[in-house]
Design a protein around this ligand. Structure first.
Ligand SMILES: Nc1ncnc2c1ncn2[C@@H]1O[C@H](COP(=O)(O)OP(=O)(O)OP(=O)(O)O)[C@@H](O)[C@H]1O
Ligand SMILES: [Mg+2]
Length: 267
């Protein structure tokens, strides 16, 4: 039996950030990157994070992954406090960060080597992901033989190889042209629905955030905190063109623009 409401909320949360602050101190300067950040993400939820440059979005993902410890407050992932680098996550960065001398498949399998996963199971999972992301036929291509979008697909496969319950994505499509980016958005939404992974995605694109997410976190300028949490009330099945034409899409993108516009003009 669940005894109290706060405990129940925490039990249900895959990511639970409570009253976190991050300060970077060096001899040259002190920077408060984040202050009073609280955020709870349910299992299987897709959360997009938007905010002005330098407001602490990447810092927030680093806290969840354990690459960084908060100065104050607490971060919990899958019910335990994050105290150091966590292995139960997948991470995708803005640049695909592939090894030039390894083929697409070997780049994906790097994840298995780092974790000493059984190789037959890893190869099988890699093949599944290659098919899921439309990379079939390019398994043996080297990164320089792949387009930018394909390289990001390889990075996504690598991040998903060990079936992480949580996927962190930091501007994964920022370097792609607009059309490829749209295609990647559609693919990512489909893959997310197929895998059931909880996703935290940082993006500078408001339409991308609203098309993909169940909730959008809008952050204030540095020291960043959560300005508003906006639920996206769109159907689970989202045709790209039709979604853009929905009144709910216009409402949410408009609200985010207002918040970010107000943030910039207040600077
Ligand atoms: N390791 C570090 N040491 C010192 N300062 C840091 C460090 N990492 C980040 N910062 C500072 O913290 C603030 C937030 O940085 P962060 O990278 O999280 O911003 P961001 O929201 O991801 O920005 P962008 O949208 O430009 O990627 C910045 O002022 C940055 O200079
Ligand atoms: Mg960043």
């Amino acid at each position: 039996m669940r005894m109290s409401a706060p405990a129940a909320v925490q039990m249900d949360s895959t990511v639970d950030i409570q009253d976190v602050a991050v300060r970077f101190r060096s001899r040259k300067r002190d920077v408060t990157a984040l202050r009073e950040v609280s955020l709870s993400v349910r299992s299987g939820e897709f959360v997009a994070i938007v905010g002005p440059s330098g407001c602490g979005k990447s810092t927030l993902l680093k806290l969840v992954s354990g690459l960084l410890r908060p100065s104050t407050g607490q971060v919990r992932l899958l019910g335990t406090e994050v105290r150091g680098p966590r292995r139960d996550i997948g991470y995708v960065f803005q640049r695909a960060a592939l090894l030039d001398w390894r083929t697409a498949r070997k780049n994906i399998l790097l994840q298995a080597e780092m974790r000493a996963m059984p190789s037959a199971a890893a190869r099988e999972r890699a093949d599944e992901l290659i098919a899921m992301t439309g990379l079939t036929g390019f398994e043996d291509a080297y990164p320089h033989e792949l387009s930018g979008g394909m390289q990001q697909r390889v990075a996504l496969c690598r991040a998903l190889l060990h079936r992480p319950p949580v996927l962190l994505m930091d501007e994964p499509f920022g370097a792609l042209d607009a059309l490829t980016r749209e295609q990647m958005n559609v693919e990512l939404r489909r893959i997310w629905r197929e895998t059931g992974t909880t996703v935290l995605l940082v993006t500078h694109s408001i339409p991308e955030a609203v098309y993909l997410a169940d909730q959008v976190v809008v952050m204030t300028p540095r020291p960043g905190t959560v300005d508003e949490l906006i639920p996206v009330d769109l159907p689970a099945e989202r045709d790209y063109g039709r979604t853009m034409a929905e009144p709910e899409f216009a409402r949410v993108t408009g609200r985010i623009r207002d918040l970010l516009g107000a943030a910039t003009s207040a600077e």
